[in-house]
Design a protein around this ligand. Structure first.
Ligand SMILES: NC(=O)c1ccc[n+]([C@@H]2O[C@H](COP(=O)([O-])OP(=O)(O)OC[C@H]3O[C@@H](n4cnc5c(N)ncnc54)[C@H](OP(=O)(O)O)[C@@H]3O)[C@@H](O)[C@H]2O)c1
Length: 242
């Protein structure tokens, strides 16, 4: 666990729900955090809360639907900490509507926030990740990244696309020892599910904290894989920067 202390995780959509739980868990484990969401106020409140764990926290408010913002967020976070070790593309928007009634603007918003922003963040973060011996990307997809549910056409298309580029990125970066994961949850008890599937609220939902535990599992189990470990050792010895 000690190897993660002081390492930097960049998390999108950290102000509420799953992103907030991931931020809290990683702060508890000793990581420093770069966090974004649209609400500056919510991010400032979270920064104060996470300071209790001794976490250094950089917050950046902005809209991931604007293609300039993901690029600015990574640049400012990288300049602030001088390093990035983990990227968690968590922010997402959902839409409950028959495909036939979905407007072009609604379709494009799903694609912009759920796919284009993660793509830009991964691309911009790579120069930093390449300098980290623990480099990891975790993209939060959904069960609709592989399945199709009625009235979730645009959301489903965006999560399939996220899943697709994540698979390719995992293969492209594997030779360098950069780990790329996707988590595809079913219903998680957050604002998003309350709006999308209010019928599920009486059911047992996954908790945001359970998703955060999966993120921590993925970060810490990396050395169990001998092949990856070998790549990491070789790369770390070439780049001793800690
Ligand atoms: N909840 C579920 O059942 C479930 C299931 C499977 C997958 N997921 C996925 O898990 C991820 C997190 O979902 P959640 O349930 O935690 O959602 P949530 O409670 O609605 O939180 C979404 C987070 O993303 C931020 N965000 C939304 N739009 C943004 C934008 N345009 N620019 C910047 N930040 C934005 C929000 O902050 P602001 O509003 O302040 O911007 C908030 O911090 C999403 O990718 C979602 O698709 C959720």
């Amino acid at each position: 666990m000690e190897e993660w202390r002081g390492k930097v995780a960049l998390i999108t959509g950290a102000s509420r729900g799953i992103g907030r739980a991931i931020a809290r868990t990683l702060a508890e484990k000793g990581l420093y955090l770069a966090l974004c969401a649209r609400s500056q106020e919510a991010l400032e409140t979270l920064r104060v809360e996470l300071a209790a764990f001794g976490a250094e926290v950089f917050v950046c408010a902005g809209d991931l639907a604007d293609p300039a913002f993901p690029i600015r967020f990574v640049r400012e976070a990288g300049e602030y900490f001088g390093r990035l070790d983990v990227v968690v593309n968590n922010a997402g928007v959902a839409l409950a509507k028959p495909l036939e009634e979905t407007t072009l603007e609604e379709w494009e918003l799903q694609m912009a926030v759920n796919v284009r922003a993660p793509f830009l963040i991964c691309r911009e973060a790579l120069p930093y990740l390449r300098r980290s011996a623990l480099a990891t990307i975790i993209n939060i997809s959904s069960v609709v990244g592989t399945k199709g549910y009625v009235h979730q056409g645009a959301y489903t298309a965006s999560k399939h696309a996220l899943m697709g580029f994540t698979k390719v990125l995992a293969r492209e970066l594997h030779p360098e020892g950069i780990r790329v994961h996707v988590i595809a949850p079913g219903g998680v008890g957050t604002d998003l599910i309350a709006a999308m599937r209010p019928d599920l609220l009486g059911e047992r939902l996954i908790t945001p904290e359970e998703i955060a535990e999966i993120v921590w599992f993925l970060l810490t189990m990396r050395n169990k894989n001998a092949v990856i470990d070998e790549v990491n050792v070789r790369r770390a010895s070439n780049e001793p920067w800690k």
